[in-house]
Design a binder for this molecule. Structure first.
Ligand code: UDP
Ligand code: MG
Length: 239
């Protein structure tokens, strides 16, 4: 059913400048793992030349599979489509912009087995100060309101047992809550420190309005789900 060891799922929206570098880095770091793997590139309705470049990368690397949305549906939708398509026993997610390095993938994979998910923690953030501060506040508020202790939920570099991440029912914005949603289902999650680098090409798709404010609404939904999660123990069953 899961014929491959590993699927790397990467959402892409208008990343034409990053993609050639991403292709090179994946080619450099994945083969030495000695695993059977595929790379699932999900073009989230890019309006630039991303799809053409993805085709080009695909012709140079048979491990690449590509999906293209008709229009921009958001990062969670891109992840969801990638998870659905993935054939690996383990799924690794990362961004296309190389702010994380595929060189850190083995450190996450080491934890899969004992844990169901290993989530990257950008302990030395390399982002503009406004982003670092808003992210710090957002993480603190999120942890407080959802009774969590996750240092960094926004890091896309994560590894999951496929059956765990595929079991989640996803809604827009929920990619920021994968660790909490998994824990709610009883899965074991660990955080692993990973490198973080400045975005060298292209630009961030998020700003204060579409990240902090939008994700606050999502946080309230997750908080509600967590508080209202049903749990029961059957002490006896007769017939
Ligand atoms: N992305 C996407 N759909 C969107 C927005 C972003 O697929 O609607 C992708 C984007 O191309 C990148 C990843 O999601 O690969 C994270 O986006 P970005 O790097 O802009 O976010 P940041 O790191 O600045 O939070
Ligand atoms: Mg980024």
């Amino acid at each position: 059913m899961n014929p491959l060891d590993l699927s790397i799922v990467i959402p892409i929206y208008n990343e034409e400048d990053c993609l050639p570098f991403l292709g090179k880095e994946l080619k450099r770091h994945l083969p030495p793992l000695g695993l059977s793997y595929e790379i699932v590139l999900v073009d989230d309705g890019s309006k630039d030349n991303s799809w053409e470049i993805i085709q080009d990368l695909k012709s140079q690397n048979p491990q690449i599979r590509a999906l293209r949305f008709k229009f921009n549906c958001g990062q969670t939708a891109a992840f969801a489509a990638g998870f659905q398509a993935a054939k690996g026993k383990v799924i690794v997610t990362m961004d296309a912009d190389l702010q994380n390095s595929p060189a850190d993938i083995p450190r996450l994979l080491e934890k899969i087995g004992e844990y169901d998910a290993a989530c990257g923690w950008r302990h030395k953030r390399n982002d503009p100060w406004i982003k670092r501060i808003s992210s710090k506040i957002a993480n603190a508020v999120r942890n407080r309101l959802s009774d969590e202790d996750i240092a960094d939920t926004g890091c896309s570099l994560k590894a999951f047992k496929a059956e765990a991440i595929k079991s989640l029912i996803l809604y827009k914005g929920m990619h920021r809550f994968f660790p909490t949603l998994l824990k709610m289902e009883g899965y074991k999650v660990i955080q692993v420190k990973v490198g973080h680098f400045p975005r060298e090409h292209g630009e961030s798709k998020y700003n204060i309005r579409n990240r902090v404010f939008a994700s606050f609404k999502d946080l309230l939904a997750v908080r509600w789900m967590k508080n209202r999660k049903i749990s029961y123990e059957i002490v006896e069953e007769d017939g």
